[in-house]
Design a protein around this ligand. Structure first.
Ligand SMILES: *Cc1c(COP(=O)(O)O)cnc(C)c1O
Length: 472
């Protein structure tokens, strides 16, 4: 189940405690080992072989260590989460989720198949399609905002192969798509219709608990990398700076901290859609605001769904209170947390940066460190630099890198050279000439793939895509 029957999100009953010495050992044996350990702490009930599951999930990654830890300066590291098949961090979880789904279907001998419905701001969609394509007893429908994704992102989705996949554009923005999908889950008649067709609904969005847990693993892994490489001592605290949209990635970092990972600050980086920056500053979450389309589209979000899980933790797991806040959010698009709750947010720092700052950061980072970063990662790098200036904190900080720069080649090229190149593939080639950074095979292949999905629907009619798919 992606979401509970009353519309709330699933959370762990408690946070299992990490054995850090064991973590260091497993880190030496490889990412797959560490990830399987973290999964086993949350999915105790399965007899399934989680190690073979993580091994097959991360096999296709084009980095031997799966998640490389790269040094920019003694204080400033980057954790690269984009070495999966779709070139963004979503693969970290979405290569695991379908395998977990299959495993649990088998273990529970469930007869119904699973129909995954997913709204995407760009990267989730492709990663989910890639993860679920041709997976037995599953099918997937992805909704993307027609005007809200990059050319490469869109091409990646509409060229998806696999009998059990469907992709549909939505006239509206990401919040429209996400709200529409949530409404489908709550629509009893629709759920019944899907059931009659032999399916039960699930979600591949980051509200799905099965997506959250695989993400916890990489925070732990990078910490272990730094200890094992002698950069920090065991027990020493570090910071993570995370480019944030739906609050899934950074929440996984918070969960890792709750499990005992020595984390000092979780720095929440936003683009012009800075609803979270204001929330952390003044306790009010207010989604009544203008929506901006930015060059970091996967963070163009006004309703950060996973914040609900953080709210749950900081109000002492009082689910009635959470329900109340979420109802306020639904009806009035805003809510304000109590002073007591705000105090529990001390381990967070939040800041935002605009488009010019994002571009300048891409350029500076490349010129100063020879390191090429994508637009989302640049938001985080920029916010880290602001944090550093403001606080003088010298704690080692890991900036979380969420996408391969070629996925946003046009904007990255423009940031570096000032050149505006409308054709995505020409931009890729020019960026390659300029940066000498290798172009991933997945981008090269995209140029010649056939478009398989052409449908678009009105934001009030998401149902239609499912009906078309199931009646096909
Ligand atoms: C999804 C995504 C984000 C935002 O992550 P959340 O978990 O939604 O906060 C940032 N960068 C990229 C490239 C993404 O695909």
């Amino acid at each position: 189940m992606g979401i509970s029957e009353d519309g709330g999100l699933f959370v762990p009953q408690n946070f299992p405690k990490l054995d850090l010495n064991k973590v260091l050992q497993l880190n030496k044996q490889g990412y797959e080992q560490l990830s399987a350990y973290v999964l086993s702490m949350f999915f105790e009930e399965t007899d399934g072989d989680l190690l073979s599951l993580t091994k097959s999930a991360y096999k296709s990654f084009d980095a031997k260590s799966v998640v490389p830890t790269v040094k920019l300066t003694e204080q400033n590291y980057v954790m690269e989460l984009y070495h999966g098949p779709t070139l963004a961090f979503k693969d970290m979880a979405l290569q695991i989720l379908p395998r977990l789904t299959s495993l649990f279907l088998k273990e529970h001998q469930q007869e119904e198949k699973v129909l995954v419905l997913t709204a995407t701001s760009g990267d989730t969609g492709k990663a989910a399609l890639e993860g679920f394509a041709n997976v037995e007893n599953t099918a997937i429908v992805v909704y993307f905002p027609v005007e809200g994704v990059s050319d490469i992102q869109k091409l990646q989705m509409v060229t998806q192969e696999g009998e059990n996949t469907s992709v549909c554009g939505v006239y509206g923005n990401f919040d429209d798509a996400q709200t529409g999908v949530k409404a489908l889950f709550a629509d009893k008649q629709f759920v019944e219709y899907v059931k009659q067709k032999g399916y039960t609904l699930s979600s591949a969005n980051s509200i799905n608990f099965g997506r959250l847990i695989p993400q916890v693993a990489y925070y732990i892994n990078t910490y272990a990398d730094l200890v094992n490489q002698g950069k920090i001592k065991l027990g020493e605290e570090i910071n993570f700076c995370v480019p944030t949209g739906n609050f899934g990635n950074i929440l996984a970092g918070y969960y890792a901290k709750c499990m005992g990972l020595p984390v000092k600050k979780l720095i929440c980086a936003s683009n012009n859609n800075n609803v979270l920056t204001e929330f952390f500053a003044n306790s009010e979450y207010n989604a009544n605001r203008e929506f901006f389309q930015t060059m970091s589209p996967s963070m163009d979000i006004l309703i950060s769904s996973n914040l609900e899980r953080l709210i749950f933790e900081i109000c002492n797991r009082n689910s009635n209170m959470v329900k109340d806040f979420m109802e306020q959010l639904n009806h009035h698009k805003k809510y304000t947390i109590t002073a007591e709750m705000k105090e529990k947010l001390n381990c967070f720092y939040a800041e935002c940066c605009n488009e010019e700052e994002t571009k300048a950061t891409i350029k500076n980072t490349f010129e100063m460190h020879g390191y090429l970063m994508d637009t989302h990662t640049a938001v985080a790098q920029c916010v880290y630099e602001k944090y550093q200036k403001q606080t003088r904190d010298t704690t080692l900080t890991v900036v979380v890198s969420t996408a391969n720069p070629y996925k946003f080649a046009g904007d990255v090229l423009c940031a570096l050279s000032g050149e505006v190149e409308a054709d995505a593939f020409v931009a890729v080639s020019k960026l390659n000439t300029l940066s000498k950074v290798r172009v991933p095979q997945a981008i090269i292949e995209l140029n010649t793939k056939a478009v398989a999905h052409k449908d678009c629907v009105n934001k009030n009619n998401l149902k239609k895509a499912v009906e078309d798919f199931l009646e096909k």
